[in-house]
Design a protein around this ligand. Structure first.
Ligand code: SAH
Length: 244
């Protein structure tokens, strides 16, 4: 089952970092742990990137977003604000009360504390925006059927999803260019993460990185067409998914 809960402030390291950065223009280290990677950090400043500081994939997605837009997992609201400034109609949702409060204070006009997978959430949109490895919130491949079902419920006719992700196969690449992937194991893009900011430790959560081919196969099974819009510099890409 996909998690449809909200976060509480005492278990929300990223939201706390976003709130600190908004208030003081600086933040401590937002630390990221996972069983696959060494300990890492998310530079909190980058969560506040302006449109100019965004990658080409992100800027392409912003240009393509039209009609009534939903920014899913909007964080500090960087994409929602850029869209609003371009005169577009955007609503932002996030499961972090702290991030939602920051978005309100930054001037995001339509913002709500909502989990995408909450069955009570059933408005409809022309563009569903999922950025910064937006496939992550799907969590695991086994959640893709529930994900596509939800997308069908909230997409208007002719609407589409714009999602970025990365193919993690480079992590398994040998020096000779071959790949060592355990086909009997879990899908190689299913990662467990945990974050920490100051003394606030979040619960561990599943985060899905999905290669374009796998995404296309699942999409087709659920009546969606996947188009590769743009590839980034490092196995990352932007996809457009539309209901057939
Ligand atoms: N899109 C932003 C933030 C990405 S981080 C950016 O590009 O900067 C991912 C965000 O998704 C976090 O703020 C997290 O709280 C939110 N999130 C995770 N699962 C979610 C869900 N099921 N529904 C809505 N938001 C979710």
């Amino acid at each position: 089952m996909i998690n449809s809960n909200l976060l509480s402030a005492d278990k929300d390291p990223m939201g706390t970092a976003i709130a600190d950065y908004f208030k003081c223009h600086k933040a401590d280290r937002l630390r990221v742990f996972s069983s696959l990677f060494d300990e890492d950090e998310i530079p909190v400043k980058e969560l506040f990137r302006s449109e100019k500081q965004m990658s080409l994939l992100e800027r392409t997605a912003l240009k393509m977003a039209t009609g009534k837009i939903l920014d899913i997992g909007a964080g500090s609201g960087c994409h929602a604000l850029a869209l609003q400034e371009a005169g577009k109609d955007v609503q932002a949702i996030d499961i972090s009360p702290l991030s939602v409060e920051v978005m309100k204070q930054r001037g995001v006009n339509k913002v709500s504390l909502t989990n995408l997978f909450d069955p009570r959430f059933c408005d409809s949109y022309d563009t569903l925006l999922m950025l910064m490895n937006g496939s992550g919130i799907i969590g695991k491949l086994e959640n893709l059927p529930d994900f596509f079902l939800k997308m069908k419920q909230i997409l208007r006719p002719n609407g589409y999803i714009l999602m970025d992700s990365s193919d993690l196969r480079y992590l398994f690449e040998e020096e000779d260019g071959s790949f060592v992937i355990d086909l009997a194991g879990d899908y190689y893009g299913e990662i467990d993460f945990q974050m920490q900011y100051k003394d606030i430790q979040g619960d561990s959560f599943d985060w899905l990185y999905i290669d374009f081919q796998t995404l296309s196969l699942y999409a087709a099974e659920h009546g969606f067409k996947a188009e590769l819009i743009k590839e980034g510099k490092h196995y990352d890409y932007l996809a457009k998914l539309s209901f057939q």
